[in-house]
Design a protein around this ligand. Structure first.
Ligand code: CO
Ligand code: CO
Length: 356
């Protein structure tokens, strides 16, 4: 009898924490010639979730891809998490997925072929839940297992929810709890003494479809999803693209309780530390925030929640509607402010008058 296969033991870095930090990629993208095609409604310039390409006045394509090494041990769950994560970028643009292609790297000298079968089954079931089929893909031999999807969706050009239109006074709403990077790292290292990985997998395999359906019923100005760059990294993309600032209240930010315990005992993925270092130039933390609290706000998420900037008048009703739809952790976590553009502030607590 052999030991059960633990996929995470084959990956040096796991999930979206394996993502190159924004500081690595942005300077390279800026060296490439600018995109001049007028049909490109959203390209690389604003670090958005997906590209948007206009086909006609009332129809645009949403294009995105996401793939990574195993973030969980079970092949089926890895496929499901990777699919939910890749689909999320379509929802984060206000779009609806149409279809997808698999992107696969597989070490067939180390793993039996059935493992890939289980990964594909997990992804196919998750895609089916999103109402789409995976219609093809590409598979190469690789040292570590790699899986993800390239997803195509549609959106009406005038309904695109980009990063770039957050307005001062908007309230920030987050739909899923943080801490997924910390918990998956604890599990990978055999340090998940609270067994939190089960709940983390439930959160990561929850499609952002329902969240997006609820959010788009309200007066939303900007929308993204929280993945490898962490809450503050993705909020940075919003405030930079929208030329506004943001203030986050730590005690309003939902996080899985095990993540608090683990980060305090020194567990956090390398990607989370990289986010923290990159964000140092953009975030001012109140002096009473501990390093661990700051790290959790930078924790690299895999298949995290949606982060919306919504008109203050809608914030209370939106949070209630998200919770009604089953997103129990949904919360208003801060506000968009005017100056200085691109900056973020984190206070331990603060008022959100709109919730009163
Ligand atoms: Co995204
Ligand atoms: Co992405």
């Amino acid at each position: 009898m052999t030991e059960p296969i633990r996929l995470t033991q084959l990956a040096k870095r796991a999930g979206c924490a394996a993502k190159q930090p924004p500081g690595f990629l942005l300077p390279l993208l800026q060296m490439l010639p600018p995109i001049t095609d007028p049909n490109v409604l959203v390209g690389t310039a604003t670090a958005d979730d997906a590209a948007v390409y206009k086909l006609s006045d009332d129809l645009a394509l949403v294009l995105t891809t996401d793939f990574f090494t195993p973030v969980v041990d079970t092949p089926y769950d890895f496929g499901a998490v990777a699919a939910a994560n890749a689909l999320s970028d379509v929802y984060a643009m206000g779009g609806k997925p149409l279809t997808a292609l698999s992107i696969v790297g597989f070490p067939d000298s180390v793993l039996p072929r059935e493992v890939l079968g289980d990964i594909l089954r997990g992804a196919t079931d998750k895609a089916a839940e999103a109402g789409i089929a995976i219609v093809g893909g590409h598979t190469i031999k690789s040292e570590e297992p790699i899986f993800g999807l390239a997803v195509v969706g549609t959106v009406a050009p005038n309904r695109v929810l980009a990063n770039s239109h957050a307005q001062p006074g908007d309230v920030l709403v987050l739909t899923k709890p943080l801490g997924l990077g910390i918990i998956t790292t604890a599990a990978k290292n055999g340090e998940d003494r609270l067994g939190a990985i089960t709940e983390a997998i439930r959160v990561m395999t929850t499609l952002n479809r329902v969240g997006a359906e609820v959010i788009t019923r309200f007066d939303v100005h900007a929308l993204t999803d929280v993945t490898g760059f962490g809450l503050l990294g993705h909020l940075r993309n919003i405030v930079a693209a929208s030329k506004v600032s943001a203030r986050v209240f730590l005690d309003r930010v939902p996080a899985l309780s095990a993540a608090w315990e683990y980060v305090r005992s020194g567990i956090a993925p390398g990607g989370t530390h990289a986010n923290y270092r990159f964000l140092a130039d953009w975030v001012a933390y109140a002096s009473d925030l501990t390093k661990e609290e700051q790290l959790l706000l930078c924790d690299a998420q895999t298949s995290g929640g949606l982060l919306a900037a919504v008109a203050a008048k809608d914030a209370k009703e939106l949070v209630a509607a998200l919770r009604d739809a089953g997103l129990q952790a949904a919360a208003a976590i801060g506000v968009i402010e005017v100056d200085p553009p691109g900056r973020m502030f984190v206070d331990r607590s603060g008022p959100l008058d709109c919730l009163a």
